[in-house]
Design a protein around this ligand. Sequence first.
Ligand SMILES: *[C@@H]1O[C@H](CO)[C@@H](O)[C@H](O)[C@H]1NC(C)=O
Ligand SMILES: *[C@@H]1O[C@H](CO)[C@@H](O)[C@H](O)[C@H]1NC(C)=O
Ligand SMILES: *[C@@H]1O[C@H](CO)[C@@H](O)[C@H](O)[C@H]1NC(C)=O
Ligand SMILES: *[C@@H]1O[C@H](CO)[C@@H](O)[C@H](O)[C@H]1NC(C)=O
Ligand SMILES: *[C@@H]1O[C@H](CO)[C@@H](O)[C@H](O)[C@H]1NC(C)=O
Ligand SMILES: *[C@@H]1O[C@H](CO)[C@@H](O)[C@H](O)[C@H]1NC(C)=O
Ligand SMILES: *[C@@H]1O[C@H](CO)[C@@H](O)[C@H](O)[C@H]1NC(C)=O
Ligand SMILES: *[C@@H]1O[C@H](CO)[C@@H](O)[C@H](O)[C@H]1NC(C)=O
Ligand SMILES: *[C@@H]1O[C@H](CO)[C@@H](O)[C@H](O)[C@H]1NC(C)=O
Ligand SMILES: *[C@@H]1O[C@H](CO)[C@@H](O)[C@H](O)[C@H]1NC(C)=O
Ligand SMILES: *[C@@H]1O[C@H](CO)[C@@H](O)[C@H](O)[C@H]1NC(C)=O
Ligand SMILES: CC(=O)N[C@H]1CO[C@H](CO)[C@@H](O)[C@@H]1O
Length: 721
Amino acid sequence: MEWWYWCWLFALVIMVEGGGHSDDGGGGEVTYDGRSLIIDGQRKLLFSGSIHYPRSTPEMWPSLIAKGKEGGLDVIQTYVFWNLHEPQPGQYEFSGRNDVVRFMKEIHAQGLYACLRIGPFIESEWTYGGFPFWLHDIPGIIFRSDNEPFKFYMQNFTTKIVDLMKSEGLYASQGGPIILSQIENEYGNIEAAFKEKGPSYVRWAAKMAVELQTGVPWVMCKQIDAPDPVINTCNGMRCGETFGGPNSPNKPSLWTENWTSFYQVYGEKPYIRSAEDIAFHVALFIAKNGSYINYYMYHGGTNFGRTGSSYVITSYYDQAPLDEYGLLRQPKWGHHKELHAAIKLCSTTLLQGVGTNFSLGQYQEAYVFREETGGCVAFLTNHDGHNVTVQFQNASFELLPKSISILPDCKNVIFNTAKVNTENNNRVIQPTQLFDSTDNWEEFKDVIPNIEDTTSLKSNTFLEHMNTTKDKSDYLWYTLRFEHNLSCTKPVLHVESFGHVAHAFLNNIYIGAAHGSHNVKGFMMDIPIMLNDGINNISIVSVMVGLPDSGAFLESKFAGLTKVEIQCMEEDQFYNLTNYAWGYQVGLLGEKLHIFREESLDEVVWSRNETPINHTFTWYKIFFDAPMGDEPVALNLSTMGKGEAWVNGESIGRYWVSFLDPQSNNPSQTMYHVPRSFLKTSENLLILLEEGGGNPLQISLNTISIINESEHDKAFYHLPR
Ligand SMILES: *[C@@H]1O[C@H](CO)[C@@H](O)[C@H](O)[C@H]1NC(C)=O
Ligand SMILES: *[C@@H]1O[C@H](CO)[C@@H](O)[C@H](O)[C@H]1NC(C)=O
Ligand SMILES: *[C@@H]1O[C@H](CO)[C@@H](O)[C@H](O)[C@H]1NC(C)=O
Ligand SMILES: *[C@@H]1O[C@H](CO)[C@@H](O)[C@H](O)[C@H]1NC(C)=O
Ligand SMILES: *[C@@H]1O[C@H](CO)[C@@H](O)[C@H](O)[C@H]1NC(C)=O
Ligand SMILES: *[C@@H]1O[C@H](CO)[C@@H](O)[C@H](O)[C@H]1NC(C)=O
Ligand SMILES: *[C@@H]1O[C@H](CO)[C@@H](O)[C@H](O)[C@H]1NC(C)=O
Ligand SMILES: *[C@@H]1O[C@H](CO)[C@@H](O)[C@H](O)[C@H]1NC(C)=O
Ligand SMILES: *[C@@H]1O[C@H](CO)[C@@H](O)[C@H](O)[C@H]1NC(C)=O
Ligand SMILES: *[C@@H]1O[C@H](CO)[C@@H](O)[C@H](O)[C@H]1NC(C)=O
Ligand SMILES: *[C@@H]1O[C@H](CO)[C@@H](O)[C@H](O)[C@H]1NC(C)=O
Ligand SMILES: CC(=O)N[C@H]1CO[C@H](CO)[C@@H](O)[C@@H]1O
């Protein structure tokens, strides 16, 4: 067959195939062997993409899944988010964005398979790794260990989810879409910390899961000792290079998390991973006998509300093939669609043939699959940074730098991972409305509590932040009243904290703030102060930007203030206030009164201000009309500081614009997604809670669209890709 035949066939496959499975009536029995998953007796080579249902809206799900299918995905993978589903022990919640059954049914309706990663520990840059906070208060609990209380609740929730899926007929064994399930998550990273309780927990978790009899295989990712029949899988950016392989010759080589980018934290830049680099590693994994690859993430979405974990920004994996808004990110999406189609053309030979590999040069290899019937597929890899010409089967091939060429007949190259045919696109951010009229804004200054307001909770050793707020709020107030007798002329308030941010008030006046960062636990704050003679009031609010999501012994992590002193350098004296009788208040008054909801606006008195700028701990309110059309909508909060935003009572997430990336001097995120389904045509309520001071007059409402680079109109703003 000639090269043009392959080009023609390839184009046809790209056009018509998409992803998905054509066998109607759902999956069927799912088993596996050393080569691949086997569904209804057929070996499968599968491309999967992670889309997390609570990181978008039910209204977005059909189109996200459809774009995944069109991009050549066969499987949609999601975690299950325990803290959303069981906010209190035994009280369950499966509506709206939490409707995992509806999400599974949508996947099924579009003819795709699903991989359900129950965890129930998920990490996932999700607050507390997905654990509901009440789990922390179960007496004697040690998370993710061979610990009876933990195992009870883990089994209880896992059973609940499996039963729910079964009752809806969602396992492939029942004709539904779910072909794989995951128990635990990257436990291999922390197993050693639990000594002998680690391996026994792994054995227990595997047995517990298998006994739930889903009729489909379970996987454990990054778990080299996954007990039979659970399959150990690889997570990472370069599994083709790093994966040691399945721990049994009867298990297939699966890659459950291939990071298309990386999550971003406040104070840092986005991680950009090129389409070519991802394609290289996907092709290499397939060349090395891999048969399942999942893109983490295919669509990242939004950490709405307070769901992000420590310091993680609200936008999640915006650099994925589908961006935060669900728009195609090119060339990533298109390049992978072509890659999937090229590999699918080869899938019979890949799955039925015998693989061999041999060297073509110092940094070049051939991976060849041959069938007895004559089918032959080759992957020619070049790890070198230069073009290299190699001889393969009596023909010469020029291999691009750091690339893999795919030959579905061992003769013609139909795809090269470094050769991108898809045109780049740009995001167009079109302001549709400014909020620059002081007449339209109203504000409410939250009450700064002092010791009189906090009599119900007092302690003379510092209370731990998370244990005190129970994650009901990001904010924990510490208040103190003291009479000073220092003779010092230049006193300094010195605070040390294991929280994320602290703001300090002296005698009801804002005196300053400090914060830590994702990679440095703990920070200090030193503020020169002027003390009153006699009585002084100090109020310090400790703020957390999400709970931690990883590490062993999550249940005993510590946050909040650890030390407060008034230092007086020149006289070398100081007040050690650490063990004074501090009073505590969880959360802000506005949070308690739910003043972000329209029905509760009247709980406080709002007022107009000629200069509503640079006010601390202030709530802002305004009404606006939705932009016409159906393009995604985002708020540009670039002139605000730090806080949270709500539209019609729905939190669109935390914002933190004042934390700049030190290298570029830019905020990590200025655009905040407002899903269309949160909006009405007119009279939409926007509430901003600002902590440190911002300017709401220069924020704007925008529509987001994409445009091919060649058509790009320079009059538009666009973000760097
Ligand atoms: C899970 O625990 C709840 C109480 O928290 C109980 O009502 C329920 O029966 C338990 N379910 C299972 C499957 O053990
Ligand atoms: C792929 O599998 C075959 C046999 O199943 C084996 O001979 C070959 O070495 C494997 N390839 C790689 C790169 O591991
Ligand atoms: C074939 O691939 C395997 C796995 O990557 C590697 O260990 C082996 O050295 C390769 N064989 C040759 C001949 O290159
Ligand atoms: C490799 O070859 C391609 C086309 O054959 C050419 O466009 C490219 O510039 C070459 N790259 C290098 C690094 O030589
Ligand atoms: C390559 O050429 C040699 C000698 O001409 C021949 O014996 C062999 O069959 C050829 N191999 C292929 C794959 O065409
Ligand atoms: C959490 O607070 C409770 C009181 O509410 C206390 O009994 C317990 O010791 C605290 N636990 C931790 C880990 O700080
Ligand atoms: C200041 O007050 C503290 C406690 O209130 C006391 O321990 C200390 O001796 C006093 N210092 C002076 C210089 O009076
Ligand atoms: C300190 O707080 C008390 C209430 O606890 C208040 O009466 C007093 O006026 C405050 N003092 C200052 C200097 O703000
Ligand atoms: C202040 O008191 C705390 C608690 O007693 C103690 O840990 C700390 O060392 C003291 N600070 C200084 C500077 O003495
Ligand atoms: C905001 O207020 C702080 C002190 O509260 C002050 O240092 C800063 O200059 C103010 N910024 C603007 C833009 O007014
Ligand atoms: C956001 O708004 C600011 C202030 O108007 C503007 O300078 C900036 O370009 C906007 N950002 C984007 C991405 O449109
Ligand atoms: C070991 C490691 O870095 N694992 C990460 C894999 O990617 C997921 C999602 O980004 C993270 O949750 C893990 O921390």
